[in-house]
Design a protein around this ligand. Structure first.
Ligand code: PLP
Length: 397
């Protein structure tokens, strides 16, 4: 009998009890707005910022309404203005070029390699044309950050990191998000911590941090932050930084704090599942697993493999056959954007030139979420199904 998988690819784990209890406490006292505090109380949002700064080793942290908002705020805070060109990955998700468009700037795409990281040779070629790179660690793949920073420093390019898929990951001993001027994270349901919506931004730059706090809509209540710079820094920015409301609230922060404390353990659990999938897929004829560099301590919350130089119809057949056995795969090669999966040439506001080498890689990327509700045995089963169906289609063509 053919094996079938019956789990849900979009089912997360419940919020930990400690988070539920903390959320109920906030609901009972009613002070959900981050600046609505009783007496000397320090709100949940300020505490989350302090804890995330400590978790990443950053001096400053700001919690905001979403990951996309964190990126747009970071771009504004480093001084991007309408009409600027901002470098970013051709292989990423729609909110990344969207954040660039949100500030009136123009996304300029840099290609992707077979390792699914930014093409550093292409970056070196284009680095002279922009002052900022919004670097997306798409699907948790971290490029050679030492070489990337050397290229960007030499060209005077400031780096903002999109760490939506690398919260808890490292390059060498450095937490993802700590190489550039700003690191941005998402707390949306499909990321590594889940408050429905939410975002975090970290930096060591006091002026960038103060601008970000003002931008997020702090009115003049910035002294209620505990992971923000001294009041004196705000004096320098407070009259010319607009309020572009996008705060986090105490309810979300209450849900997130216990999840942040549990993240190192969750990372282990993700990587156990990723390992089971990767072992099961490795060596399948026609399929390439992504080799992870030694310096990269990643979070296996999703897995990708390549069907390099396959006909589109054959990839479609693999997806159809896997779906029939309960395994939901996404493909980055589709001409039309589907669900969360779109590609640089779908973002037509960016007016991107064709990128044939990148197109070859994108056309080969098959992508799968790894929710923690899957067991390692589920993952081994999923790998057997993919292996069998890729094998069947590969043999037939
Ligand atoms: C989810 C995501 C974001 C943005 O996060 P939101 O909180 O949904 O705005 C940014 N970049 C990538 C790669 C993402 O997957």
């Amino acid at each position: 009998m053919q094996e079938r998988f019956t789990g849900s690819f979009t089912q997360q784990e419940p919020i930990p009890e400690a988070g539920i209890e903390a959320a109920v406490r906030v609901l009972r006292h009613g002070r959900l707005h981050r600046y609505n505090l009783a007496g000397e109380e320090i709100g949940e949002t300020a505490l989350l910022e302090q804890e995330f700064a400590a978790f990443t080793g950053a001096r400053y942290c700001l919690a905001v309404a979403s990951g996309g908002y964190a990126m747009a705020t970071a771009l504004r805070a480093v001084g991007v203005v309408p009409g600027d060109r901002v470098l970013t990955n051709a292989f990423t998700l729609a909110p990344v070029p969207g954040a660039i468009a949100a500030v009136g700037a123009l996304p300029v795409f840099v290609g992707v390699t077979e390792a699914l990281t930014i093409d550093l040779d292409d970056l070196a070629r284009q680095a002279g044309d922009a002052d900022v790179l919004l670097l997306s660690h798409m699907r948790g793949h971290i490029c050679d950050m030492d070489r990337l920073m050397a290229i960007c420093n030499a060209a005077g390019v400031r780096v903002i990191e999109d760490c939506a898929h690398t919260m808890g990951a490292h390059w060498g001993n450095v937490a993802s998000g700590r190489h550039g001027v700003v690191g941005c994270y998402s707390c949306q349901t499909y990321k590594h911590v889940n408050s429905g919506e939410g975002g975090l931004l970290i930096t060591d730059d006091a002026v960038v941090a103060a601008r970000a706090v003002m931008l997020s809509g702090s009115y003049m209540l910035y002294e209620r932050h505990i992971a923000a710079p001294e009041a004196e820094v705000f004096e320098r920015v407070k009259y010319d930084t607009p309020n572009i409301s996008g705060r986090m609230d105490n309810l979300r922060a209450a849900i997130l704090r216990p999840q942040l404390a549990a993240l190192p353990r969750q990372v282990e659990r993700w990587n156990e599942r990723y390992g089971a999938l990767e072992r099961g897929l490795r060596g399948t004829p026609g399929l390439s697993v992504i080799e992870r560099p030694e310096n990269e301590a990643f979070v296996g919350s999703s897995i990708q493999f390549l069907l390099l130089d396959w006909e589109a119809a054959a990839v479609g057949e693999v997806l159809r056959r896997c779906a029939a056995r309960g395994v939901e795969l996404k493909w980055f090669g589709g001409v039309e954007p589907v669900g969360f999966t779109s590609r640089y040439d779908s973002w037509r506001y960016a007016d991107a030139p064709a990128m044939p080498q990148t197109d070859r890689i994108l056309a080969s990327i098959v992508d799968m979420r790894v929710p923690l509700t899957f067991s390692p045995r589920d993952c081994a089963l999923i790998a057997r199904i993919i292996r069998a169906e890729v094998g069947a289609v590969h043999q037939a063509v």
